[in-house]
Design a protein around this ligand. Structure first.
Ligand code: VGL
Ligand code: ZN
Length: 197
């Protein structure tokens, strides 16, 4: 077994004071740093949108957190966040970024959002992470980070569908919990065979 820690989107914009702040998002940083020592590999994801991204409410003259229909299905419209090169897109300053073997960026396609670290929201366009993990012989993943009900959830479900052994360590995650999204995410992960720890 080769076991990687996948740290999802621990970035300033998802922490208190950020553009899409997740309550308590900064509380998990020291625990994630400590956990890094227990794994064969550490991989970070970084939400990385161009200005004017199609997932931004401002691009549609819509209210943040409203829903729209995209060619690939329903999409929540978010406040502008994690814009390429901005302070908000940087990792939390206390995250041990130096320990990472690999940083995978996602959400850079202007027309498609990408919650999952494996596929964009069309569920077809790959990020390349699967190939990276397989070529390194990584078969087991523990996921932590932000947000439990969006990027962690989508990444965990995709990884399980791809055949990886997946655990989500809930004490090192925090949720947006919008409109029942946390309970739905929990149910969906369990149905996909993800272990919730
Ligand atoms: C995320 C909403 C939009 C996340 C990213 O990291 O969970 N959520 N972009
Ligand atoms: Zn995003």
């Amino acid at each position: 077994m080769t076991h990687a820690l996948l740290v999802i989107d621990v970035q300033n914009d998802f922490c208190p004071g950020g553009a899409l702040a997740v309550a308590g998002g900064d509380e998990i940083v020291s625990g994630i740093n400590a956990a890094m020592n227990d794994f064969d590999a550490v991989i970070l994801t970084q939400d990385w949108h161009p200005a004017g991204h199609s997932s931004f409410a401002s691009s549609h003259d819509a209210e943040p957190m409203s829903l729209t229909e995209m060619p690939y299905g329903p999409q929540v419209l978010w406040p502008d966040h994690c814009i390429q090169g901005s302070v908000g897109a940087n990792f939390h300053p206390n995250l041990t970024v130096d320990r990472a073997d690999m940083i995978i960026r996602k959400g850079y396609n202007p027309a498609i959002d990408s919650y999952s670290a494996f596929f964009e929201n069309d569920h077809k366009t790959p990020t390349g992470l699967e190939g990276y993990l397989r070529t390194r012989g990584i078969d087991t993943l523990t996921m932590v980070g932000l947000a439990t009900d969006f990027c962690v959830n989508y990444s965990a479900v995709d990884a399980a569908k791809l055949g990886f052994n997946v655990t989500v360590q809930m004490d090192l995650c925090r949720a947006i919990d919008f409109d029942g999204s946390l309970q739905a995410a929990r149910d969906g992960m369990i149905a996909a065979g993800v272990t919730i720890a």
